[in-house]
Ligand binder design. Structure first.
Ligand code: UDP
Length: 386
């Protein structure tokens, strides 16, 4: 008898799992997704009026240092070279991001060399903070108050809806300070954008006669799923347990899409760092596909807000209380039989695409080995919950 697997969620986690499990097992796989499309928040679609490829749930730039992950995603479709550049509006001026030598010289009206800028920043950094405990301390400990206030404080407050002192330091570790003029937003070895969009890549991953995708099909904890050998759940962890211990905090994003003639802002992403501007950033999708030419343009303003039960959860907040609730759900999850939890929503972590893909890929392999050897099956891919 072939095994029957159920995967909840057709984003990268679900798609990679399906793609790998079908290779290992004599099985059929059902994938359910509550939306009317696959690819989760990586979903891309061409705009009806302009034909510009739009990342429907915010910009996704593929980055990884791992050749095996790069080769794996490239086996499902062509990725084009793409260097992500971001500028910031702060106090009525435009600056280069991530904070680099150009930003420092612009901001302080100087002509520092790399060594001079480094020494200068050292004089500004708060040396009393030796072990940063939160986002603000992390920032102050290496760039000081001026740059922190200009580029991080307002943006972060809008993005996360709380004081940066309440957020983990790890969020800021994503944004380095550079003492050269490199303004490539990402520093990974491999970077690109799929020529035909992410939805095409994910579609290829799950294209198989023994994989069936059902859209507009929402999983409910009361669904009868006992005919499945195992369930892989990639939706929000708290929803799986009917919010029994309360809701995990997420920020959601709303998008305001408009049209323009020519170019609107001249690059893919402009961040608005001042707290008074209601949106966090404006994205101009045509710049994600420089190999395509358009006379018209689309620009999309992103607003961040607290997630209500009707909203799509985006960014896990992971405040102190969230971590307590998370631990309760994880303990419950570990006591279940035949269910595993994968991905950004089910593990409640701020993850990049390559991270999600690598984890799902490895999880499928681990699952197969444990299954074959009749060992306890893995429930979560990670143990780091703090
Ligand atoms: N951030 C900031 N100012 C910026 C850009 C980012 O303060 O101009 C902070 C903010 O807290 C944000 C985090 O750095 O949530 C990570 O930024 P990134 O651009 O990597 O976020 P994403 O594209 O995932 O939203």
């Amino acid at each position: 008898m072939p095994h029957r697997f159920l995967i909840i969620g057709a984003g990268f986690s679900g798609a990679v799992l399906a793609n790998r499990l079908i290779k290992y097992f004599d099985c059929t796989i059902d994938i359910w997704d509550e939306r009317n499309h696959i690819a989760g928040n990586c979903h891309t679609e061409r705009d009806e009026k302009t034909n510009i490829m739009v990342h429907q749930y915010g910009p996704h730039i593929f980055n990884t240092d791992k050749k095996e992950i790069w080769d794996y995603v490239n086996s499902f479709g062509e990725f084009k070279n793409y260097i992500h550049q971001v500028k910031a509006v702060s106090g009525g001026k435009i600056y280069s991001l991530p904070v680099n030598l150009f930003t420092i010289n612009q901001f302080f009206n100087k002509t520092f060399s790399p060594a001079e800028a480094k020494l200068f920043l050292e004089t500004l950094a708060d040396k009393t903070i030796t072990d940063p405990q939160n986002f603000e301390e992390q920032a102050l400990s290496f760039i000081g108050k001026g740059l922190y206030r200009a580029f991080f404080y307002g943006y972060t407050k809008k993005q996360w809806g709380c004081e940066p002192t309440e957020l983990p330091a790890s969020i800021l570790k994503r944004i380095p300070v550079r003492f050269n003029y490199d303004d490539n937003y990402h520093t990974n070895t491999y970077t690109g954008i799929p020529k035909d969009g992410y939805t095409a890549i994910i579609g290829k991953m799950i294209e198989h006669e023994r994989i069936t995708v059902s859209l507009n099909k929402k999983f409910s904890p009361s669904d009868d799923v006992k005919n499945y050998t195992h369930i892989f759940y990639t939706g929000p962890l708290d929803a799986f347990f009917n919010y029994e211990y309360g809701r995990l905090g997420y920020r959601t994003v709303t998008f305001e899409k408009q049209y323009a003639n020519g170019d609107y802002q001249g690059l893919a992403q402009m961040n608005y760092c001042d707290a008074e501007v209601p949106y966090t950033r404006i994205v101009e999708p045509k710049f994600f596909t420089p190999w395509e030419k358009y006379d018209k343009s689309i620009f999309i303003k992103e607003y961040s807000k607290e997630t209500t039960p009707q909203d799509i959860p985006y960014y896990p907040k992971r405040l102190q209380n969230d971590k307590i609730i998370l631990q309760q759900y994880r303990t419950r999850a570990a006591s279940l039989q035949s269910v595993s939890f994968l991905g950004r929503l089910a593990t409640y972590r701020y993850m990049d695409m390559h991270h999600v893909i690598g984890e799902a890929y490895n999880f499928a392999e681990l699952f197969y080995h444990q299954f074959k050897n009749q060992q306890p099956l893995p429930v979560f891919p990670n143990t780091d919950t703090l």
